[in-house]
Design a protein around this ligand. Structure first.
Ligand code: CTP
Ligand code: MG
Length: 226
């Protein structure tokens, strides 16, 4: 099975509030997005990687990647204004003969090889897989105007979606094509596949696979790496 990884890393990092783009920020001396590439380099299931970089930073990303002498083919592609556009740009450069696509946020450096390979194996069987974790807190749905609670959701059926997310190539292509002009923000790829009407399997990942979103997340990641 030919499987490629797309790593969207073209976001503006608005909530991180930093001068250099979030994926280039150093975590224990290494650029945040490089951690994921190292995991994919190790997996015998993955044939190559496509890194989505901010349009004006592609050369910089290329230079960083060069420093680490990866053996697998890695392409750097310019992203778009939304995560959806960024992943779509990555899909466009893939060889149409591949079988599976794994999408993983460049902002999740703590993903493990075990989780990556479990997700890929499950996708080979079911075509669409999301890695997630059961939510720990009590989640309430609120009325956003009144800031009053509508209802308390049943925690037993709530999971937080993470990445990696792995899909059969043709399924993800179709779901993305149908997502053109969508008026709600697709914050992950499973959302598009769900809308397309396909079943998506959720498998249990790891709580440590956090997304670096705000500055305190970087501190948490540092602590988790110790
Ligand atoms: N991403 C992307 N292209 C975009 C927006 C997001 O490739 N136009 C990527 C980010 O670089 C990140 C992942 O999607 O690796 C998850 O997005 P998020 O954590 O929201 O990162 P940002 O969009 O950069 O942050 P913010 O929403 O705070 O601006
Ligand atoms: Mg974002």
């Amino acid at each position: 099975m030919k499987t490629y990884a797309i790593i969207p890393a073209a976001g503006s990092g608005a909530r991180f509030k930093n001068d250099i783009p979030k994926p280039l920020v150093l975590l224990k001396g290494k650029e945040i997005f490089v951690y994921s590439l190292e995991v994919f380099e190790k997996s015998s299931f993955i044939d190559g990687m496509v890194v989505i970089a901010p349009a004006d930073r592609c050369q910089e990303f290329e230079n960083v990647i060069k420093k680490y002498s990866f053996k697998k083919p890695i392409k750097v592609v310019a992203g778009g204004n939304s995560r959806y556009e960024s992943v779509s740009n990555g899909l466009k450069v893939l060889d149409p003969n591949i079988d599976f696509v794994l999408v993983h946020d460049g902002a999740r450096p703590l993903v493990s090889l075990k989780v990556v390979e479990e997700a890929i194996n499950m996708a080979y069987a079911t075509k669409a897989v999301v890695v997630g974790v059961p939510v720990k807190p009590t989640i309430k749905r609120i009325d956003p105007r009144a800031k009053e609670i509508d209802t308390t959701l049943d925690r037993n059926i709530l999971w937080e979606a993470q990445t990696p997310q792995v899909f059969a190539y043709e399924l993800l292509m179709q779901a993305h094509r149908q997502g053109v002009g969508l008026d709600v923000e697709a914050t992950d790829d499973a959302f598009l596949v769900e809308r397309f009407g396909a079943k998506v399997k959720m498998i249990e990942g790891e709580y440590r696979n956090i997304k670096i979103t705000t500055p305190e997340d970087l501190k948490i990641a540092e602590a988790l790496l110790e």
